[in-house]
Design a protein around this ligand. Structure first.
Ligand SMILES: [Zn+2]
Length: 258
C-alpha cells in the first residue's frame, strides 16, 4: 500500500498543477492548454524545474524567479489538496481503476470551490459535463456504492437540479431577493447524478449549516453586511464529498437503523 500511496500522492500533486490552470483561466475564458504556465505579473514562461508541484513554490518562497512578484498561496494549497484527496480515495475505496472517476469528481469539486470563492460563479463547462458524465457512468453501471445506480442518478438530477431550482424560485417570489444562483442548481444536479438522490438531504443540510457558520464568522470578522454575496458552491461540494465517506452511515443512524 505504501508504494500506491506515494504514486497516488505524486499523481494528485501533478493533477493539482492542472487544476490550478483551470481555476485561474476558466473564469477568464482563457485556454487551459495554451500558452504554457507563465508568471501572472511579468508573463515570463515558467521553466519546468520551477513548476514542480508544491516544491517549487516552497523553494522560491512563493515568488516569481524573475520579477519577485508574489505567487498566490492558492497554488501550493490546491496541489496539496489534490494530493491528499487522491490518497483519501485510495485508502477508503482501495486501489481500483473504477475509483478514478471518483477522483476526477473530487478534482472537479476543488476547481469549483476555488472559482466560486473568488468569482461567485460555478462555470457550466464543469457542472454540465459533470452532470452528464455522472449519468453516463451510472447508466453503464460503472459507479459503485456509495455512488449511484442509474435510477438513483436520474432521480438525483431531477430532485437536485429541479428541486433546488423550485426552491430558489419560491424564495425569490416570497422575499423578492435572489437566493441561490443557477450555478448552485447545476452543481446539485451534478452531485445527484454521481451520488444519487439519497445524498441530497445530507448534502443540502450540511452545506447550509457549514455555509451559515462560515458566513456569520466572516461577517463578524470583516464587518461586512449581509448584502455581500456568499458563495454556496464550496459548501455543497464539501458536504457532498463528506457524504461519500460518512454519509450513508449518518443517514442510517438518523433513521434509527444504525
Ligand atoms: Zn514574474
Amino acid at each position: 500500500m505504501m508504494e500506491f500511496t506515494v504514486i497516488a500522492f505524486v499523481f494528485g500533486l501533478t493533477m493539482g498543477s492542472f487544476l490550478n490552470v483551470c481555476i485561474h483561466r476558466l473564469p477568464l475564458g482563457e485556454s487551459i492548454v495554451f500558452p504554457p504556465s507563465h508568471c501572472p505579473q511579468c508573463h515570463t514562461a515558467i521553466r519546468w524545474h520551477d513548476n514542480i508541484p508544491l516544491l517549487s513554490w516552497i523553494r522560491l518562497w512563493g515568488r516569481c524567479r524573475h520579477c519577485l512578484a508574489p505567487i498566490s498561496l492558492i497554488y501550493p494549497l490546491v496541489e496539496l489538496l489534490a494530493g491528499l484527496l487522491t490518497i483519501q480515495v485510495l485508502w477508503h475505496f482501495g486501489p481500483f481503476w473504477q475509483n478514478l472517476g471518483l477522483i476526477a469528481l473530487g478534482y472537479a469539486f476543488i476547481i469549483l470551490t476555488f472559482i466560486d470563492f473568488r468569482h461567485y460563479i460555478l462555470p457550466d463547462v464543469i457542472t454540465l459535463p459533470g452532470m452528464g458524465s455522472g449519468l453516463v457512468l451510472a447508466w453503464g453501471g460503472w459507479l459503485h456504492p456509495p455512488l449511484a445506480d442509474f435510477t438513483s442518478a436520474l432521480m438525483g438530477v431531477i430532485a437536485g437540479g429541479g428541486g433546488l431550482w423550485a426552491f430558489g424560485w419560491l424564495f425569490q417570489k416570497i422575499t423578492g431577493k435572489a437566493g441561490m444562483g443557477f450555478g448552485d442548481v447545476k452543481l446539485l444536479g451534478m452531485i445527484g447524478a454521481w451520488m444519487g438522490w439519497q445524498s441530497l438531504p445530507f448534502t443540502l443540510f450540511f452545506a447550509s449549516l457549514l455555509g451559515s457558520i462560515v458566513g456569520i464568522v466572516w461577517m463578524v470578522a470583516t464587518h461586512r453586511n449581509r448584502s455581500q454575496p456568499i458563495p454556496f458552491g464550496p459548501y455543497l461540494a464539501g458536504a457532498a464529498w463528506t457524504y461519500l465517506f460518512i454519509g450513508p452511515w449518518v443517514v442510517d443512524w438518523y433513521l434509527g437503523k444504525g
